[in-house]
Every structure is written in structure tokens, then in C-alpha cells.
Design a protein around this ligand. Structure first.
Ligand SMILES: [Ca+2]
Ligand SMILES: [Ca+2]
Ligand SMILES: [Ca+2]
Ligand SMILES: [Ca+2]
Length: 512
């Protein structure tokens, strides 16, 4: 799942413009003032996000790729976790520019830490011009209880710091480590937003008055301390269970907004998405997303990016499970994408939300229960036309008699929004793609779109943590003006990175 891997907010275009002017080849160029929106893509360009460059860990102007393998054994500890980083260059990603980070593992006999490399995301948290890498991990802390932490490895001219710094920890329960990064207060420093609050740690009950989340405002110091911290409620009038959180600017004011995945407390198989607009004085609740028929739009993955280049980020919801009783009337057989277009008030009042599944005209294949369309979403511009495109896995797709071999589909953005026209589809049986499709490979569980050669076209990275009985593997595809191509694609796993492979789930999370 790319659930948390990638927020293609308007800053992407800003970064590209900086690169296009040729000044971003040295780290210092990252400190140049924000490019005026009017100089970007002409009228209708997205207001640039106040966030800094989010995907260049070593500041050389080439975006980099981080690959999580949360099951990696470190020393003798199974599931300590690892992150493998491939650095970008004029020729894209290659094995020759890489770094391996390992989870902190067991700090002492009284505690356990593991699953480092889960929920990878990046942002420049300390404001030094180098993107930093965030991860969540699971931690048993002394005599307290099980919980989750968010950690950061700091970027710098030589890459990421070898050890991570803890940003926050909270007991599990309502929280299972979900977080996002974005400039939710508009001060141009990315903020960390968690679906947890550390009032839990002080023993206060998680009752109706307990906040739903915490904003750790940037910039952070190198000890992991935020500039300030405050708490927020999502919908105090009708609180639900919250499952995931995504930041992106939907109303075009340059301030990141939040899309929060919710499950009704009285209906565990329901799904919804709550929208909150960011602002200097906190969040404004805008209600739950609905489709053109007034039905709730929800799912297991959410990404935000401007698909129709109107300056407003659009909310793409991956409804990959089609096994709920509560939504049998929705057009989600085999899984689906819902697109809710952004507008000045949050969601567009003029452009209707759409559902897209494999039964939608022009989309390849046919919808069958369990295909999992909507898994591992990512958003980026795969052909350089300025309209952001959507990659989705269909890890449960069957073909050639192979159950759950898996496929990845890339759908294009356009002036009319997301379209099947010009789609690209890849499996391990596609000509030019390394490997051979096997049953239960579940190719496409995770995707990322990354412009590793800084040519303003995002290549595709596919993570397949189930490959080879849970060892996992990653595929890298490049992009041309015609979109993603299988030509020159390559794949690799833990062994290539010098890591133990057994049960590593290499590719379970991807960040750029
Ligand atoms: Ca780089
Ligand atoms: Ca930094
Ligand atoms: Ca906003
Ligand atoms: Ca839009």
C-alpha cells in the first residue's frame, strides 16, 4: 500500500520548475525563495505548497527512493526492519548509489523495537534543504505497554543519517502508527500530523473529550523536538474510528489539508473519508466525502494531487476491498478508485466525483471480486504533460490461470480529470518486465512514482512484499513522454542490498 508513501502535492511542480531553471544541482539552491505560482505552469497552476522539497535526501537535485523492508532480520532480531535507499542521478536509479539503514532493534532486554521501514514518507522537517525520511515502527517501551513511534533519519550531503531520531511515541490501541507530513499551518515548514495524542501517555482516558490527533509543528530540532505541538479533534459532533491520514492542498491556498479515513464505530465494515482544511489557526472540518449520488466515499488508501491541473488538489480514494456488506450498492466490484475533485471550498461544487473500476469503459480487464484495484496508490506525472497521473495496484488480479499474480495500472490525468485513455498496465508477464508471474505474487501491493533523473517525468516503482513467500521484491520502470515503459526495467530485493531476505517484506513501503 502506498497508503502513506507519497503525497504529490503542488510542491512537485515547484520542485520541477526549480530543476528546470537549472539551479537545483547544488544543495544551496534548495533554499531559494518559493517560486511564484504565476511563473509555474501559467494560469491555473496550483499555488505552490509551502512545503520544501520532499524527496531529495542528499540535496543533489535528483529525487531519491526509499524502500522499506519491515520484516528484515537485524543481527538476530527478526522483524527489526530496514530501509534501502537508491539515490537518483542523470541516469535515474541504479544499484551503484545506495544506502542501507537498519532498525534500532533491541535497545535493552526490557524493550523491543521492530518493523522499522513501515509507513515511509519524506519531508524536510528541520528546514536545512535536505529531505528527511520518516518511518513508523512498533515499540515495546520498558514497563509501559506496546506502542508505535515515528522516527526520522536526517538528510544531508552524504545521504541519510545512519541512526534515526524519535519524533513521538504513543501506546497502540486507537493508534497503529498512522501519520502524515504537510504544511498544515501555512508557515512554510512541514508539520507532522499523527492520529494519536500523547495525552494517552499521561493516563487520561481516551474518552469523548480526548483529541483525535496531534500536530507537531515544524521546523524540528535535531533532537526531534517540534517548534510547538497542539491537538485536534476531527469531528467532535460525531466521532468515528480513524484509520489513516493524508495531507494535500485541496482548496488551492497553499496550505495542506487533511483527508482522514474513518470507520463508523457502530459499523466496522463501513468506510468514509473526513476532510479538514488546514490553516494558521487550526483545522476547519468540512464533512465526509460523498459521491454524485450522495453515498459515502471511503476506502483503504487516499492520495491527493492535482489530476486536472486546475490548481486544486484532487482526492483519490482507493477502495480496494470489495467485501463489505455496507457498500454492496457501490460500483466497487474488484476494487475501485473514487476521485473527488478539489475546489475553492474544499471539494469542487462543479465537477462531480467519479468511481472507476475495471468495468468502467476503457479500463483494461474485467472487475472480479478480490482484484484489489485501489491498492498501493501513488500520484505523479508519468508523461510530463503537467497533469498528475495515478498508479494503482491490482494485486489480486488473476491471468494466465494464475490466482492473485497481480497487475499495476497507470491511469492518466487530463483536463477532464482521471481517464482510462492512454492507460498503461504491467505485470511480471508483460514483455520487458523481469520475472515471471506466479500465483500469489500479488504484484502491485505498493507503488511509487519518482522522477529519479529529474526530467519532469515520474518513473514507476512497484513493491511486491509477498514475492517469494514474503521475502519481497521491487521493480523500477522509467518514463518517457509516452508514459511508463517496461524497456530497461529491473528488479531486485534484499539480497542485492546485502540484507537477509527471509520474511523481509522488501517493498512493503516506498517513499520518494
Ligand atoms: Ca538526490
Ligand atoms: Ca532536513
Ligand atoms: Ca489548503
Ligand atoms: Ca484539481
Amino acid at each position: 500500500m502506498a497508503s502513506h508513501s507519497h503525497r504529490r502535492t503542488p510542491l512537485t511542480r515547484r520542485r520541477r520548475l526549480v530543476l528546470a531553471t537549472g539551479v537545483a544541482v547544488v544543495a544551496g539552491a534548495l533554499a531559494v525563495p518559493a517560486v511564484n505560482a504565476a511563473t509555474e505552469a501559467g494560469a491555473g497552476a496550483a499555488t505552490p505548497s509551502a512545503e520544501r522539497l520532499h524527496d531529495d535526501f542528499n540535496g543533489d537535485g535528483y529525487p531519491d527512493l526509499a524502500i522499506g523492508a519491515p520484516g528484515t532480520t537485524v543481527n538476530t532480531q527478526a522483524g527489526a526492519g530496514s530501509v534501502s535507499v537508491l539515490y537518483g542521478s542523470a541516469s535515474g536509479l541504479s544499484m551503484s548509489r545506495r544506502q542501507v539503514l537498519k532498525g534500532p532493534g533491541v535497545p535493552d532486554p526490557e524493550s523491543w523495537e521492530g518493523l522499522y521501514g513501515t509507513n515511509l514518507q519524506s519531508a524536510d522537517l528541520d528546514g536545512d534543504g535536505y529531505a528527511d525520511l520518516l518511518s513508523s515502527l512498533k515499540a515495546y517501551v520498558m514497563d509501559v505497554e506496546d506502542g508505535y513511534a515515528v522516527e526520522v533519519n536526517w538528510g544531508g550531503p552524504n545521504g541519510l543519517s545512519a541512526t534515526s531520531t524519535r519524533l513521538t511515541w504513543a501506546p497502540m490501541g486507537p493508534w497503529s502508527g498512522q501519520f502524515t507530513v504537510g504544511d498544515v499551518d501555512g508557515d512554510k515548514h512541514p508539520d507532522l500530523v499523527t492520529l494519536s495524542n500523547d495525552t494517552w501517555m499521561s493516563g487520561e482516558p481516551d474518552g469523548a473529550d480526548s483529541p483525535d490527533g496531534t500536530v507537531f509543528h515544524g521546523p524540528f530540532d535535531r533532537d526531534g523536538g517540534p517548534a510547538k505541538k497542539d491537538y485536534f479533534r476531527i469531528n467532535p459532533e460525531d466521532p468515528q474510528n480513524y484509520q489513516g491520514i493524508t495531507a494535500g492542498d485541496v482548496n488551492g491556498d497553499g496550505i495542506a489539508d487533511l483527508a482522514v479515513q474513518s470507520t463508523f464505530v457502530d459499523e466496522s465494515d463501513s468506510r468514509g473519508v473526513e476532510l479538514l482544511l488546514g490553516g494558521a489557526d487550526g483545522f476547519t472540518y468540512k464533512g465526509m466525502l460523498k459521491d454524485a449520488q450522495g453515498r459515502l466515499v471511503g476506502g483503504e488508501d487516499v492520495e491527493v494531487g492535482d489530476l486536472n491541473k486546475d490548481g486544486y488538489g484532487d482526492i483519490v480514494v482507493g477502495h480496494s476491498s470489495d467485501s463489505y456488506d455496507s457498500d454492496v450498492e457501490l460500483p466497487t466490484k474488484g476494487g475501485a478508485l473514487a476521485v473527488v475533485y478539489g475546489g475553492p471550498g474544499g471539494v469542487s461544487s462543479t465537477r462531480k466525483p467519479v468511481w472507476i473500476n475495471q468495468d468502467t469503459a476503457g479500463v483494461p480487464g474485467a472487475a472480479e471480486r478480490g482484484d484489489g484495484m485501489g491498492s498501493g496508490l501513488s500520484i505523479g506525472d508519468t508523461n510530463g504533460d503537467g497533469y498528475l497521473d495515478v498508479a494503482t495496484g491490482l494485486p489480486g488480479e488473476d491471468f494466465d490461470g494464475l490466482t492473485d499474480a497481480g497487475t499495476v495500472l497507470v491511469l492518466r490525468g487530463s483536463a477532464n480529470g482521471l481517464t482510462a485513455t492512454g492507460y498503461k498496465a504491467f505485470s511480471q508477464n508483460t514483455s520487458g518486465v523481469p520475472g515471471t508471474a506466479e500465483k500469489l505474487d500479488r504484484f502491485g501491493a505498493e507503488t511509487a512514482l519518482v522522477d529519479a533523473n529529474a526530467d519532469k517525468k515520474d518513473g514507476l516503482v512497484v513493491g511486491d512484499p509477498a514475492e517469494n513467500a514474503g521475502n519481497g521484491s521491487v521493480w523500477v520502470f522509467s518514463a518517457t513522454s509516452a508514459g511508463i515503459t517496461a524497456n530497461g526495467s529491473f528488479s531486485f530485493g534484499s539480497a542485492t542490498m546485502g540484507l537477509p531476505a527471509t520474511g523481509a517484506k522488501f517493498g512493503a513501503s516506498l517513499a520518494d
